[in-house]
Design a protein. Sequence first.
Length: 349
Amino acid sequence: MDLSKIFIKDASPTKMGGQAVMEGIMMKGAQKQAVAVRLPSDDIYIKTTELPKRSRWFKIPVIRGVVVFLDSLIQGTKTLMASADVLEKYEEKCGDMSVAEKSRTETWLENHFGERAVWNILIAFSVILALVFSIGVFVIGPTAVVNLLGRITDNEIVLNLAEGLFRIAIFILYVALIARMKDIRTTFEYHGAEHKCIHCYENGLELTPENCQGFYTLHPRCGTSFLVFVLVISLICFSFLGWPGLAVRIASRVLLIPLIAGISYEVLRWAGKTDNWFVKIISLPGICLQKLTTREPDTRQLEVAIASIKAVMDIEAQCYEGIADTDGRFLMTMEEFYEKAGAEDESDS
């Protein structure tokens, strides 16, 4: 692994970034956001939206990290569910398989509260579930398990170190296990495509699959690196608290999560703008973990990433939802696309 190809000396870091979604990428620029999804028909669906102006909280160090973390969690869940919804609608309109009927509970909720309200409820439930799972598995779980080690030693340094290392081990094992799932592996390929295209863009090269393919799938500002910073900084912070009783320990760890997220965000911002030897050392664990959360993309996946970046870059164009070309230019609405697909099916029959 050549770090000079990750911390590229002459690159111009930007605020461009995003995340992989189901069969696509969400890309966010300074003013616009684009969700690009590769449909089974090989067409590229894109939805662009204007980003709201950031509140004053985004300007306050540490606090902005907490705000960004929560915002990313909520928006990330929304875009992930939206991409899955796009693919489900395509299957319903154009697929050979019949879509399962809605459950009685879902139908009742839509009839009484409306489809939009049900969507918001699902997002809220998903976010809460993700938080509960993460806190339970990666925060409460390790300190509860290592509590058993207290029967062997009362050395606070050893106990805190064991907890932190156990937490990191669980996280790596979790990522390694889900990376074996087919859908997750595809998502990680789109994650790699996102990084390659951002590298290409920040190095001032023309955005083509050939140019993008020449870069690593690893990037210093990746959210994976942020999570590693959270794990390492939490180990350091928790060590200052000693080793109180289990209940106090759990409460202190949960309450300190916002502070740790804020500090981790500031470290990530600094690391993304600097390429000195110290930054490379502290960034190396996150870079190494990206070898699990990214995969080498193919040309089609790079085209989706390029289309999303170009759609975000075109700040003069009106926001749209529909089919776009590989340059992110609007071609037709989804209604027109489905009508065209239906007409082609009739002519084939």
